[in-house]
Ligand binder design. Sequence first.
Ligand code: ZN
Length: 455
Amino acid sequence: MPVAAPPPAPARLGESAEADVPDVGAALHKLVAEWLPFRRGLTGAGLREQLLAISERVPMRISEVPSGTKVLDWTVPKEWRVREAYLAREDGTRIVDWADSPLHLVQYSVAVRDTMPLWALRAHLHTLPEQPSLVPYRTSYYAPTWGFCLTHDALDALAAEIGEGGEVRVVIDAEHVDGSLTMGEVVIEGETSDEILFSAHACHPALANDNTASLAVATMLARRLLNGPKRRHTIRFLFAPGTLGAITWLDRHHADLGRIRHGLVLANLGDAGGFTYKQTRAGTLGAPLAVDRAVAVAMRDLGRDVDVRPFEPTGYDERQFGSPGFDLPVGRLTRTPHGEYPEYHTSGDDLGLVRPEALAASLSALEAVVDVLDGDRRYRNTQPYGEPQLGRRGLYASLGGLPEGPAAQQAALWVLNLSDGTRSLLDVAERSALPFSTVRAAADRLAEAGLLVAA
Ligand code: ZN
């Protein structure tokens, strides 16, 4: 297995990635396959390689925050650089080799060069006895230690071969050096500075669903938004290592956070499971926020089931965005959540787990959520006393002539009735059970006819 795939050939902006592959699911799956081998981490070359690959598809601002910088209650750690790491038999043949997969080495392991009997080495070996053919993914960012991860089958075979007293050569040629933490941001300017924030963690090496799939879906979404019509909201994508990346970004954007009107953390968007939505903190403790409602309406309109769960302070970076001081309107969209699929944080989270149709459906769902959030508006009916005469304005006939005629007429009546200056089109879509796009289109026609004004 190669150390890392060569970076993908730069694609010209505006040239859709879908052009190469007719089916968007296949295009996304191809992207996951290209990016899967990157040796992503909390810091370092693999993370930069990933961000660079994204920046070849959408214009990205990459920033580096030096090791030692205080960020909120944390400190940006040193960069971890690995030259080689392996376990070898006395005759020099290798048992496990980091060159074969970055999962074999506990992330942030300290340097070691030693020979020890298998029984002593066991304290540093991580396997999954219940899933003996899979390699676990382990990190030790803040406790200086070292370890190797391998299949339980391989460990059993080694024990049978050399016995507990058999000597194993341990080599970890790694260093922790002053460097920086890397973050990437893609900002698609809208008509206003109100923002929709999407955030995806980019620190796990060699795992497909968690989170290469989401990096691919987010990149494709950004590209489509960039090539599409200008939106009212500015849309920001944050690609950064989990926890510390979000903390660093929040620390450095403290003053601008008021612009964030809606947000979603994106994770595990490639497996075949259904959608799971984790509500915002404020939406859980009080009434659901616009993003909580927009996800529900978008999924309903797409005919997709979604398992809606309350906010809790575990999981991905919604923990940071939803910390009480920030309390940002950021929910989380996944397919199967972390820890709930057997391949989670193992070598089984591979290309086979990630399905083209699931990736495509995740992209469609996010586009629909953006359409709802960006298209939601509050209006005031200019003729609120009795129903306005739609026929006289040519609206009744024109609505009836549309393919969605009856629904369009119903939508017009709903919009006129609820547009009292306090309720928005999202309220209309919820109460009428009509698709948001139908409601939005009806509002456009009514506004054109002077029956609605912005509230
Ligand atoms: Zn994870």
